[in-house]
Design a protein around this ligand. Structure first.
Ligand code: SDX
Length: 433
C-alpha cells in the first residue's frame, strides 16, 4: 500500500481537509477517510458500500469491468482447469500453491477431520424434517462453537489454523447430514479412503443399503464448481464474517454469520431461486413475458442469476459454470435437458435486450450452477448449502487475514441520522386521564 498523493477538500474558500490517496498492487486507488470526521466533523455516506473499500486484502482481486477474478494473483480460469479445490483452499489460506508434499499433508489433515462429534447429531432432532437445509446449517455449524474449547484463542495462529481445518472438513459432512435429515434417511459417515468431493457426494447420495460409485467426470465437475465459489473479495457474506470476527467472536460463530447472510436470494440464495424461476417459466415461449416483468419497475420480479454489483462485464465464473454444465449434462446423457436449453435461450434473449445491455446485466455464478446441481441429483433447497461449502474457505481466509492484521479493530460504522430531534416525554404520560 503506497501513499503518493492526497485529496484536498475545499468548501467555499477554505480547506476542509486533506486526505491521503492510497494505491494497492492493482485496481482503483482509495481515499483514506480515517481522519475525515476528526478534521471535518462529517462522515462519508455510502449505503450498500458501492464506493467503499472496507479493508485492504491480499486474497482476491476482481476487475468488474474486464471480467477478471484472481485468487492470490492466479486467474480463476487457470485454477479451475489446473487445480483441485483443496489446492485452492491451501492457496487461499497460505498465499501460495502447495508443493506435492504440502498438498498430501493438507489433504490427509482435512480427511481426518471430516467426522463430526457424535453429540452434534442431537441438534438435528430439534428441526422439523421439512426445515430448509440452510436453517439447519446455521444452527448446526453455529453449534460447533460450543465444541472445540481446546483451540479458541483467536490470537494464536495455531488455533486459527486448526479451526480452519475443522470448518473446511466438517461443513460438507454437516451439509450432507442436512440433506439426509430432510429425507428421513440415516446419516452417512465420511470414509477416509475417498477424496474430499467423493466423500461429500457419497454422504449425500449413498444409503446404508446402496453404496455410491463415484463418476470421475461428475466428481471433477463438482470439485471445479467449489473452486468457482471459493472466494469473491468483500461480498456481503464475507463482509459479515469480517464484521463478526472484528469483535473477537468465535470462528465457528463468524462462519455461521456468513452462512446466514449467504442464504439471501440476492446473494447465494440466487442459485436456488434461478432453478425455481426456470421451472416457473417452463417454456421458451414464456421467456419474453418474464423479461418484460424483469424490466418493469412496478414489478418486484428480477431475473435471478443476472446482474452483479461488481461485474459490469461477464462474470468469468458464469462462463466456466456454463461449460461445466454442458460437460455434466453430456456425461449424464442429458444434453437435451429442457432446463439447460431454457437457460441458454433465456441468456441469449436477455443479452440481446437493450435493458440488460444498458444496465450491464450478465449471467452471474448462480445462473448455471443450479442446473448442474439438479443434474447431479442435488435437491434445489441444498444449492445454497453447496455454495456455502465452497465459500467456507474464503470466509476463513478473510477472517484469518483480519485477525492477523495488527491494525485490526472492531468494525463500527456510523450513520446519517434522520430521526426525531431530542424531545421530552409529556408530563401527563402514563397518568390516567
Ligand atoms: C452473488 O458480491 C458478490 O461477489 C456476490 C457473489 C459472490 O460470489 O459472493 O458474486 C454471489 O451473490 C451473485 C449475485 C446473485 N444474485 C442474483 O442473481 C439476484 C438477481 N440479481 C440482482 O438482485 C442484482 O443484480 C444484484 C443484487 C446481484 C446486484 O444488485 P446491485 O448491484 O445493488 O444493483 P442494483 O440492484 O442497483 O441494480 C442496478 C439496476 C437497477 O435498475 P435501476 O434502479 O437502475 O433502474 O439494474 C437492475 C435494477 O433494477 N437490475 C436488474 C437485475 N439486477 C439489477 N433488473 C432485472 N433483473 C436483475 N437480475
Amino acid at each position: 500500500m503506497t501513499h503518493k498523493r492526497s485529496l484536498i477538500l475545499n468548501e467555499n474558500t477554505h480547506t476542509l481537509c486533506e486526505l491521503p490517496i492510497l494505491s494497492g498492487t492493482t485496481g482503483p486507488d482509495v481515499i483514506d477517510v480515517e481522519t475525515l470526521y476528526k478534521q471535518t466533523g462529517m462522515f462519508t455516506y455510502d449505503p450498500g458500500f458501492t464506493s467503499t473499500a472496507s479493508c485492504s486484502s491480499t486474497i482476491t482481486y476482481i476487475d468488474g469491468e474486464a471480467g477478471i477474478l484472481l485468487y492470490r494473483g492466479y486467474p480463476i480460469e487457470q485454477l479451475a482447469e489446473k487445480c483441485t479445490f483443496l489446492e485452492v483452499c491451501y492457496l487461499l489460506l497460505n498465499g501460495e500453491l502447495p508443493s506435492s508434499t504440502e498438498l498430501l499433508d493438507f489433504q490427509s489433515t482435512i480427511t481426518i477431520h471430516t467426522m463430526v462429534h457424535d453429540q452434534l447429531t442431537n441438534f438435528f432432532k430439534g428441526f422439523r424434517r421439512d426445515a430448509h437445509p440452510m436453517a439447519i446449517m446455521v444452527g448446526v455449524v453455529g453449534a460447533l462453537s460450543a465444541f472445540y474449547h481446546d483451540a479458541l484463542d483467536i490470537k494464536s495462529k495455531k488455533d486459527r489454523d486448526i479451526s480452519a481445518i475443522r470448518l473446511i472438513a466438517k461443513v460438507p459432512t454437516i451439509a450432507a447430514m442436512c440433506h439426509k435429515y430432510s429425507t428421513g434417511l440415516p446419516f452417512m459417515y465420511p470414509q477416509n479412503k475417498l477424496s474430499y468431493v467423493e466423500n461429500f457426494m457419497r454422504m449425500m447420495l449413498a444409503t446404508p443399503c446402496d453404496d455410491f460409485v463415484p463418476n470421475p467426470v461428475l466428481v471433477r465437475a463438482l470439485d471445479r464448481i467449489l473452486i468457482l465459489h471459493a472466494d469473491h473479495e468483500q461480498n456481503a457474506s464475507t463482509s459479515t464474517v469480517r464484521l463478526a470476527g472484528s469483535s473477537g467472536a468465535n470462528p465457528y460463530a463468524c462462519i455461521t454469520s456468513g452462512i446466514a447472510c449467504l442464504w439471501g436470494a440476492a446473494h447465494g440464495g440466487a442459485n436456488e431461486a434461478v432453478l425455481n424461476m426456470l421451472k416457473e417459466i417452463a417454456d421458451v415461449s414464456r421467456i419474453p413475458s418474464y423479461i418484460a416483468k424483469a424490466k418493469d419497475k412496478n414489478d418486484a420480479f428480477r431475473l435471478m442469476g443476472f446482474g452483479h454489483r461488481v461485474y459490469k462485464n461477464h462474470d468469468p465464473r458464469a462462463k466456466l459454470m456454463r461449460a461445466t454444465c454442458h460437460e455434466v449434462l453430456t456425461e449424464l446423457g442429458l444434453h437435451d435437458d429442457p432446463l439447460f436449453k431454457l437457460a441458454l435461450e433465456l441468456e441469449r434473449i436477455a443479452l440481446e435486450d437493450p435493458y440488460f445491455i444498458e444496465k450491464k446485466l450478465y449471467p452471474n455464478v448462480d445462473f448455471y450452477s443450479g442446473i448442474v446441481f439438479h443434474a447431479l441429483g442435488i435437491p434445489s433447497n441444498m444449492f445454497t448449502a453447496l455454495f456455502a461449502m465452497g465459500r467456507t474457505v474464503g470466509w476463513i481466509a478473510h477472517w484469518d487475514e483480519m485477525i492477523a492484521d495488527p491494525d485490526q479493530k472492531i468494525g463500527r460504522p456510523r450513520q446519517l441520522y434522520t430521526g426525531s430531534k431530542m424531545r421530552n416525554i409529556p408530563e401527563n404520560h402514563g397518568k390516567s386521564t
